[in-house]
Design a binder for this molecule. Structure first.
Ligand code: PLP
Length: 398
């Protein structure tokens, strides 16, 4: 790592995944080698783990503001899963299965692949899929959505917050539109949980997906909120775990960790958001004032406090990431490079961001563990990196 005064990575990629909080790690540790019993066992060594699962369920329910989030009762609205993708798949497939007469699924063009690729698969199976477009700022075309919902619609699934731009979508309004025609509403809230205060007891949302590793719990655990009274079909059919709604021996470590992460998020959400937003704005304003020809993508009036998707025009995002990596700075680009292509992401394409800007898009996503000193280091390193890359670019003109 060149000139990195911290001698450790500067991690600004928290929408990809977050580090486990030390408290979360401490909470889950005993369930690996000491309290490893199966919670469904009759013996007390295993059975005594079950209350820990219920406690975690209550913490998740409390973070979401569920109606029956009561430490003495069981919150039946939370089902533990293995990840956000499983939660999304479960919700969408359940909504289609319980209402086979309805053949239409409405999503947005900017959903995460966990929803979008499933929608494409369902289209191959004969379902009618509507992808609601967005404008140049990534805001949903609400008229298009409203016109699309009808009596053939089984489910509307729109994300609460976008993982690339951070844009926040009007989920309550959309739920109300879906309900007018008797359709269900699901939201992929994987990027929103822990960053946006939620109150499911006063909400119209029927199902909501979340993922542990986006809120400082480890990878491999997620949850699905299913409102009480909403009919449901399990995706994983097997044992009677999770009240027969999700078969498979419980991931006790993950569940306990998610419970602790939810407890921490609930305690600190507002002050943490102010802190993280302060850092994000310091970074963004610092970049705007130091580097010419940049653009901030997304709906800057209405986005997550931790996310900034910035285009550095006329250069490739991957080159920027590689140079930043030499300093130990971790961020993401706005292209689908994991597929081996350098195509701009489907989100930037849906927004119609010009190619010269889409290719140079970098997503910085911060967390409570970042500091002003880290942001200032990025502001020191980034301008010469951009200047150097632009000096090689055949398209760059001052
Ligand atoms: N939905 C959104 C908006 C995401 O950002 C992600 C992960 O990046 C997922 C779903 C998938 O979550 P998981 O990695 O837990 O499967």
């Amino acid at each position: 790592m060149i000139n990195n005064p911290f001698k450790r990575p500067i991690y600004l990629d928290n929408n990809a995944t977050t580090g486990c909080s030390p408290e979360v790690f401490e909470a889950m540790k005993p369930y690996a080698c000491e309290r490893y019993g199966n919670p469904s066992s009759i013996h007390s060594f295993g059975g005594s783990v079950m209350p820990e699962i219920e406690k975690a369920r209550w913490e998740v329910a409390r973070l979401l503001g569920c109606t029956n989030a009561d430490p003495n009762g069981h919150c039946t609205e939370i089902i533990f899963t293995s990840c956000g993708t499983e939660s999304d798949s479960t919700a969408i497939r359940s909504a289609l299965e319980i209402n086979p007469a309805r053949r239409k699924l409405i999503v947005s063009k900017v959903e995460h692949p966990a929803v979008l690729n499933l929608a494409h698969e369902l289209a191959r199976q004969g379902y009618q899929i509507v992808e609601v477009p967005v404008d140049a700022k990534g805001r949903l075309d609400m008229d298009y959505l409203t016109d699309a919902v009808d009596h053939d619609t089984a489910l509307v699934s729109i994300m609460w917050a976008n993982n690339e731009t951070g844009n926040i979508y009007p989920v309550e309004k959309i739920a109300a539109i879906a309900h007018r025609f008797g359709a269900l509403f699901h939201t992929d809230a994987v990027q929103a949980v822990g960053k946006i205060p939620m109150n499911m007891s006063e909400s119209q949302i029927d199902m909501l997906s979340l993922s542990g590793h986006k809120l400082h719990a480890p990878k491999g655990v997620g949850a699905l909120f299913v409102r009480r009274g909403v009919r449901f079909r399990p995706f994983l059919i097997g044992g009677h775990q999770e009240r027969s709604r999700r078969g498979g021996t419980e991931n006790v470590l993950g569940i306990v960790a998610l419970g602790k992460a939810a407890e921490q998020a609930a305690q600190s959400i507002s002050h943490e958001n102010d802190y993280v937003k302060g850092l994000r704005d310091r970074l963004e304003q610092g970049i705007v004032s130091r580097i010419p020809k940049i653009r901030i993508n997304g709906d800057t009036e209405n986005r997550l406090p931790n996310t900034s998707l910035i285009s550095f025009e006329f250069i490739e995002g991957e080159s920027i990431l590689m140079l930043l990596d030499q300093y130990g700075i971790c961020a993401s680009s706005g292209s689908a490079c994991t597929t081996g292509s350098l195509e701009p992401s489907h989100v930037l394409r849906a927004m119609g961001v010009p190619y010269t800007a889409a290719h140079g898009a970098i997503r910085f996503s911060l967390s409570r563990y970042n500091t002003e000193e880290e942001v200032d280091f990025v502001l020191e390193v980034l301008p010469p990196v951009i200047e150097k890359l632009r000096s090689y670019s055949p398209y760059w003109q001052e």
